[in-house]
Structures are given as C-alpha cells and as structure tokens.
Ligand binder design. Structure first.
Ligand SMILES: *[C@@H]1O[C@H](CO)[C@@H](O)[C@H](O)[C@H]1NC(C)=O
Ligand SMILES: *[C@@H]1O[C@H](CO)[C@@H](O)[C@H](O)[C@H]1NC(C)=O
Length: 129
C-alpha cells in the first residue's frame, strides 16, 4: 500500500530532477555536450605589482557553440577590462564576450592587471542544431 503511494511520487521527482538538469545545461539537445562543460584557466603572465593574469575560457564541446557564459567573478572591477570581453553585471556575476557564441572548441582570452580574482563558469547554454 505504501509502495503504491510512493512510486509515482518518486518517478515524478526523478523526472523533475532530470528535466531541471537538462534545462541547466541547455535543454535536451545540449546533452551532446554534457561531458564538456566550459572551463576557465588563469595564467600569471606579468610579475610586476600589480600582477597580470591571462584568462582563457574554453568551449570544450567539439559539436556545438556555447552562448551566455556567466562567471563567478567576486568583485571584479569593470575598469580592468573592456566590457565586450567581460561584462560585470553584479557581484559574482560576469558574462564573457557579451553573451555571444564561442564556436565549438573555441578558446576566449582576456588579460587583467590586478591581484588574482577567483573565477569559474557558473551557467552557460549550448546551442546544438
Ligand atoms: C574586493 O573585495 C576584497 C575583499 O572582499 C577587497 O579586499 C578588495 O579591495 C575588493 N576589490 C575591489 C576592486 O573592490
Ligand atoms: C595577454 O598577455 C599575454 C602575455 O603577455 C599576451 O601574449 C597576450 O597577447 C595577451 N592577450 C590579450 C588578449 O591581450
């Protein structure tokens, strides 16, 4: 009796979680890229004071462009970089390339001169045909 009540509820929960996960990664067609989240790498390229960091964001999906890559970016200051490269929207919310597409496997690069900001991609949207 208890099982009969619970199984449909569990199925519903499972389906909801699956759909939520698909939406997060850019709907079902983005599933082609599920194992290929964009990555961000920072390399120190200037050793003065302040240091200079080169940021490289890569679309790791070889099949689909990715748009609207938002980063966790702390209190990154807009004055450090052209907003076309990195637009500061709010604390911990920056968007690269004006939200425009990075081609499959494309690397997107910009530099800033400041003590290091910790940054990582938070949300993005794959555009698979
Ligand atoms: C960012 O925040 C840190 C501490 O949270 C502070 O030391 C730093 O000066 C801030 N940077 C800017 C550009 O506001
Ligand atoms: C960033 O700095 C590196 C090392 O100085 C340089 O090779 C590269 O061209 C710079 N990139 C940009 C986008 O300015």
């Amino acid at each position: 009796m208890t099982m009969q009540m619970q199984l449909p509820a569990l199925n519903f929960l499972w389906i909801s979680l699956t759909l939520a996960s698909l939406f997060h990664h850019g709907w079902a067609l983005g599933a082609k890229c599920d194992m290929n989240s964009p990555t961000l790498q920072q390399t120190q390229v200037g050793f003065g004071n302040p240091p200079i960091y080169m940021v490289e964001v890569q679309n790791n999906c070889p099949l689909c462009p990715v748009i609207n890559i938002h980063l966790k970016c702390g209190n990154f200051s807009q004055s450090l970089v052209n907003p076309r490269l990195l637009k500061v929207l709010a604390y911990d919310n920056c968007v690269i390339n004006g939200g425009l597409p990075l081609a499959p496997s494309q690397k997107f690069t910009f530099n800033y001169s400041h003590p290091k900001f910790l940054m990582r991609p938070t949300t993005w949207f794959f555009q698979c045909e």
